[in-house]
Design a protein around this ligand. Sequence first.
Ligand code: KG4
Ligand code: ZN
Length: 326
Amino acid sequence: MNILGIETSCDETAASVVKDGRVILSNIVATSLTHHKRYGGVIPEIASRKQLEFIHSVVDQALTSAKTAWRSIRAVAVTRSPGLIGSLLVGTSYADALGFALKKPVIDVDHIKAHLYAAFLRPNGPRPYPPRPQLPAIGLIVSGGHSSLYDIENFHRFRLLGRTRDDAAGEAFDKVARILNLGYPGGPVIDRLAKQTRPDTQIRFSPARLPGTYDFSFSGTKTAVLYHHQQHHHDTNYQIEQVAAGFQDSVISILVEKSIRACLSRHRHTLVLGGGVAANSALRQKLTDAARQEGIRVYCPPLNLCMDNAAMIAGYGYHLLKNERN
Ligand code: KG4
Ligand code: ZN
């Protein structure tokens, strides 16, 4: 069963066709990122205008590259929330219009849960296929807008264990990159700079522990970086790589610690990662290493599926549709 997915919650305009909730037949993403760069963050008005411009051809390309005709699309899945309101409106209006005109069901998808679905997808290529995670699992979603831990019993039962009380992890990367004049988005550049320094030389920033909870807080670390930068950036031996590495380590260490603790206390042997920050190489490595020691398997989506995309929307939408029909 083929589902067309549409995603327009932030700066991407994306469409994808996914077969049986698993096989990605096409995955088209157009981004307006270059138009936002000089402002240091996504400007909602620009994002939605670009989405209006892109949506038709992106959907068209998704069908063409999947070699699929409209008649073999069973339903349209669309990100209904959360996201930028003007941007969401472009995708949802388009999906609703398609559903009405083609007499196909329109499935409303939650963007955050869909991020955790990315690890369940596979490309349409030859074997070997990536292994598919087994549920129940703990899900860690770390993106530009959200940082949350879920206990996923099945695709219809997500229990929120904890979330950020202030900045999302990706937002903290972006804000710290801004403080350090590294441009937008901050995650990839901090990831790269952190690799250029030895662990013993990095500046230490202790994370907020929020004991007894699975909640996160990153804004204190961000402010600590700001003060450190203000006080030391004229020092002759000041190295931005050491600051970037220390900040990254602080964020990652608490994400790893709480994710593993959630697995152990809920007796889950599977940990699924999702969201833009899931592309972070140090997070992927440290989470996998820490989990291995506890007998937990970590599933990280490939890098292109960590970022916003419509394959995760179509894939997750398949399970929502199936549930509706049962
Ligand atoms: O999931 P996403 O594409 O959009 C949202 O739904 O928010 O995530 C974008 C976020 C940005 O904050 C970006 O800085 C961060 O993901 N990001 C990274 C990396 N690549 C992207 N953060 C850390 N390390 C990376 N390699
Ligand atoms: Zn996202």
